[in-house]
Design a protein. Structure first.
Length: 221
Protein backbone atom coordinates (compact mmCIF):
# COMPACT_ATOMS: atom_id res chain seq x y z
CA UNK A 1 0.00 0.00 0.00
CA UNK A 2 2.77 2.46 0.93
CA UNK A 3 4.70 1.69 -2.25
CA UNK A 4 1.67 2.34 -4.41
CA UNK A 5 1.08 5.59 -2.52
CA UNK A 6 4.45 7.09 -3.43
CA UNK A 7 3.53 8.16 -6.98
CA UNK A 8 0.08 9.31 -5.90
CA UNK A 9 1.52 11.37 -3.11
CA UNK A 10 4.06 13.12 -5.29
CA UNK A 11 1.58 13.78 -8.09
CA UNK A 12 -1.02 15.30 -5.75
CA UNK A 13 0.34 18.81 -6.27
CA UNK A 14 3.11 20.56 -8.23
CA UNK A 15 6.45 19.75 -6.63
CA UNK A 16 9.40 21.97 -5.94
CA UNK A 17 12.76 20.65 -7.09
CA UNK A 18 13.75 19.99 -3.48
CA UNK A 19 10.62 18.04 -2.62
CA UNK A 20 10.73 16.08 -5.88
CA UNK A 21 14.31 15.00 -5.14
CA UNK A 22 13.55 14.08 -1.54
CA UNK A 23 10.37 12.20 -2.46
CA UNK A 24 12.07 10.31 -5.29
CA UNK A 25 14.92 9.22 -3.01
CA UNK A 26 12.45 8.13 -0.33
CA UNK A 27 10.40 6.06 -2.79
CA UNK A 28 13.53 4.39 -4.17
CA UNK A 29 14.49 3.50 -0.62
CA UNK A 30 11.02 2.10 0.06
CA UNK A 31 11.15 -0.10 -3.04
CA UNK A 32 14.00 -2.14 -1.61
CA UNK A 33 12.69 -2.47 1.93
CA UNK A 34 10.37 -4.82 3.77
CA UNK A 35 6.76 -3.85 4.45
CA UNK A 36 7.62 -1.85 7.57
CA UNK A 37 10.40 -0.11 5.67
CA UNK A 38 7.87 1.04 3.11
CA UNK A 39 5.51 2.22 5.85
CA UNK A 40 8.32 4.18 7.48
CA UNK A 41 9.07 5.89 4.18
CA UNK A 42 5.39 6.66 3.74
CA UNK A 43 5.47 8.56 7.02
CA UNK A 44 8.61 10.34 5.86
CA UNK A 45 7.02 11.32 2.55
CA UNK A 46 4.02 12.78 4.35
CA UNK A 47 6.23 14.92 6.57
CA UNK A 48 8.32 16.03 3.58
CA UNK A 49 5.14 17.22 1.86
CA UNK A 50 4.05 19.14 4.97
CA UNK A 51 7.46 20.77 5.33
CA UNK A 52 7.41 21.69 1.64
CA UNK A 53 4.02 23.36 2.11
CA UNK A 54 5.56 25.44 4.90
CA UNK A 55 8.59 26.43 2.81
CA UNK A 56 6.42 27.40 -0.14
CA UNK A 57 4.20 29.71 1.88
CA UNK A 58 0.99 27.68 1.93
CA UNK A 59 0.52 28.57 5.60
CA UNK A 60 0.65 32.31 4.98
CA UNK A 61 -1.92 34.00 7.20
CA UNK A 62 -2.50 30.79 9.20
CA UNK A 63 -0.35 31.32 12.27
CA UNK A 64 -2.22 28.85 14.49
CA UNK A 65 -1.95 26.10 11.86
CA UNK A 66 1.71 26.88 11.32
CA UNK A 67 2.29 26.63 15.06
CA UNK A 68 0.65 23.20 15.08
CA UNK A 69 2.84 22.01 12.21
CA UNK A 70 5.96 23.34 13.92
CA UNK A 71 5.05 21.50 17.12
CA UNK A 72 4.62 18.24 15.20
CA UNK A 73 8.01 18.68 13.53
CA UNK A 74 9.61 19.40 16.91
CA UNK A 75 8.01 16.34 18.49
CA UNK A 76 9.13 14.06 15.67
CA UNK A 77 12.69 15.37 15.90
CA UNK A 78 12.72 14.72 19.65
CA UNK A 79 11.22 11.29 19.07
CA UNK A 80 13.98 10.44 16.60
CA UNK A 81 16.53 11.31 19.28
CA UNK A 82 14.79 9.05 21.79
CA UNK A 83 14.58 6.21 19.26
CA UNK A 84 18.26 6.52 18.36
CA UNK A 85 19.20 6.33 22.03
CA UNK A 86 17.07 3.20 22.41
CA UNK A 87 18.80 1.56 19.44
CA UNK A 88 22.20 2.31 20.98
CA UNK A 89 20.98 0.76 24.22
CA UNK A 90 19.85 -2.39 22.39
CA UNK A 91 23.23 -2.73 20.68
CA UNK A 92 25.03 -2.25 24.01
CA UNK A 93 22.91 -4.98 25.59
CA UNK A 94 23.63 -7.25 22.63
CA UNK A 95 27.36 -6.83 23.13
CA UNK A 96 27.04 -8.05 26.71
CA UNK A 97 25.33 -11.30 25.71
CA UNK A 98 27.10 -14.59 25.16
CA UNK A 99 27.24 -16.17 21.71
CA UNK A 100 24.44 -18.56 22.63
CA UNK A 101 22.26 -15.73 23.94
CA UNK A 102 22.85 -13.73 20.76
CA UNK A 103 21.67 -16.60 18.59
CA UNK A 104 18.37 -16.65 20.48
CA UNK A 105 17.88 -12.89 20.75
CA UNK A 106 15.82 -10.72 18.43
CA UNK A 107 17.56 -9.05 15.51
CA UNK A 108 18.06 -5.34 16.16
CA UNK A 109 16.47 -3.28 13.40
CA UNK A 110 16.72 0.50 13.94
CA UNK A 111 14.00 1.13 11.36
CA UNK A 112 11.54 -1.05 13.28
CA UNK A 113 12.42 0.67 16.55
CA UNK A 114 11.91 4.14 15.10
CA UNK A 115 8.62 3.14 13.48
CA UNK A 116 7.50 1.49 16.70
CA UNK A 117 7.99 4.74 18.60
CA UNK A 118 6.11 6.72 15.96
CA UNK A 119 3.09 4.43 16.07
CA UNK A 120 3.25 4.02 19.84
CA UNK A 121 3.02 7.79 20.32
CA UNK A 122 1.01 8.70 17.22
CA UNK A 123 -2.16 9.53 19.16
CA UNK A 124 -0.60 10.84 22.37
CA UNK A 125 1.53 13.35 20.44
CA UNK A 126 -1.00 13.93 17.65
CA UNK A 127 1.61 13.12 15.01
CA UNK A 128 0.50 13.88 11.42
CA UNK A 129 1.60 10.52 10.02
CA UNK A 130 -0.65 8.27 7.90
CA UNK A 131 0.55 4.86 9.11
CA UNK A 132 -1.48 3.34 11.96
CA UNK A 133 0.01 -0.15 12.25
CA UNK A 134 3.18 -2.07 11.47
CA UNK A 135 3.79 -5.64 10.39
CA UNK A 136 6.58 -6.64 12.77
CA UNK A 137 5.90 -4.80 16.02
CA UNK A 138 7.86 -7.31 18.10
CA UNK A 139 11.02 -6.52 16.14
CA UNK A 140 10.87 -2.95 17.44
CA UNK A 141 11.76 -4.37 20.89
CA UNK A 142 9.77 -1.72 22.72
CA UNK A 143 7.81 -2.09 25.94
CA UNK A 144 4.93 -0.01 27.25
CA UNK A 145 7.41 1.47 29.70
CA UNK A 146 9.64 2.58 26.80
CA UNK A 147 6.69 4.34 25.18
CA UNK A 148 5.61 6.00 28.43
CA UNK A 149 9.14 7.19 29.15
CA UNK A 150 9.49 8.57 25.64
CA UNK A 151 6.26 10.51 26.03
CA UNK A 152 7.49 11.99 29.30
CA UNK A 153 10.84 12.97 27.78
CA UNK A 154 9.21 14.65 24.78
CA UNK A 155 6.65 16.49 26.89
CA UNK A 156 9.45 17.83 29.08
CA UNK A 157 11.54 18.84 26.06
CA UNK A 158 8.54 20.61 24.57
CA UNK A 159 7.91 22.49 27.78
CA UNK A 160 11.53 23.57 28.16
CA UNK A 161 12.73 24.15 24.60
CA UNK A 162 9.86 24.44 22.16
CA UNK A 163 9.14 28.20 22.56
CA UNK A 164 12.76 29.14 21.86
CA UNK A 165 13.06 26.56 19.06
CA UNK A 166 9.90 27.93 17.47
CA UNK A 167 11.27 31.47 17.37
CA UNK A 168 14.91 30.81 16.61
CA UNK A 169 15.12 27.53 14.69
CA UNK A 170 11.82 27.43 12.80
CA UNK A 171 12.20 30.44 10.52
CA UNK A 172 8.74 30.26 8.86
CA UNK A 173 7.01 30.95 12.17
CA UNK A 174 8.97 34.10 12.96
CA UNK A 175 8.50 35.20 9.35
CA UNK A 176 4.74 34.77 9.68
CA UNK A 177 4.68 36.70 12.96
CA UNK A 178 6.56 39.52 11.25
CA UNK A 179 4.12 39.37 8.34
CA UNK A 180 1.09 39.65 10.61
CA UNK A 181 2.49 42.34 12.90
CA UNK A 182 4.08 44.42 10.15
CA UNK A 183 7.64 45.36 9.29
CA UNK A 184 7.85 48.06 11.97
CA UNK A 185 7.75 45.37 14.65
CA UNK A 186 10.67 43.41 13.17
CA UNK A 187 13.28 44.84 15.53
CA UNK A 188 11.15 44.07 18.60
CA UNK A 189 10.49 40.55 17.34
CA UNK A 190 14.18 39.86 16.81
CA UNK A 191 15.08 41.19 20.26
CA UNK A 192 12.33 39.13 21.86
CA UNK A 193 13.54 36.00 20.09
CA UNK A 194 17.04 36.51 21.46
CA UNK A 195 15.60 37.03 24.93
CA UNK A 196 13.60 33.84 24.54
CA UNK A 197 16.77 31.92 23.82
CA UNK A 198 18.60 33.43 26.77
CA UNK A 199 15.65 32.80 29.08
CA UNK A 200 15.79 29.06 28.46
CA UNK A 201 19.09 28.87 30.36
CA UNK A 202 17.84 30.85 33.35
CA UNK A 203 16.35 29.15 36.41
CA UNK A 204 13.82 31.98 36.77
CA UNK A 205 12.23 31.67 33.33
CA UNK A 206 9.43 34.14 32.77
CA UNK A 207 7.12 32.59 30.18
CA UNK A 208 4.93 35.69 30.06
CA UNK A 209 7.86 37.95 29.29
CA UNK A 210 9.11 35.58 26.60
CA UNK A 211 5.83 35.22 24.75
CA UNK A 212 3.85 38.34 25.57
CA UNK A 213 4.79 40.07 22.31
CA UNK A 214 3.20 37.36 20.17
CA UNK A 215 -0.34 37.53 18.77
CA UNK A 216 -2.99 36.26 21.18
CA UNK A 217 -2.90 32.49 21.41
CA UNK A 218 0.11 32.11 19.13
CA UNK A 219 1.93 29.76 21.48
CA UNK A 220 -1.09 28.12 23.05
CA UNK A 221 -1.12 24.33 22.86
Amino acid sequence: MARRSCPGRTDAQPLSAQLRTEAFEACIEAAGNCQDGALSIWNKLSMLAIEADVREGRYRGRLADLHSVARSIFRLKELETVASAKVEQLYAQEQQRTEEEREESEIIDPLETHLGYQLGLRQALDLPIPVTRMYYADTAQLTEEDIDQALEVIRQAEKERFPAWLLLDFAPFLSEVQYQLGTTASAEITDAAVEAYEATSRPDKDETRRTGWLPDGALMV
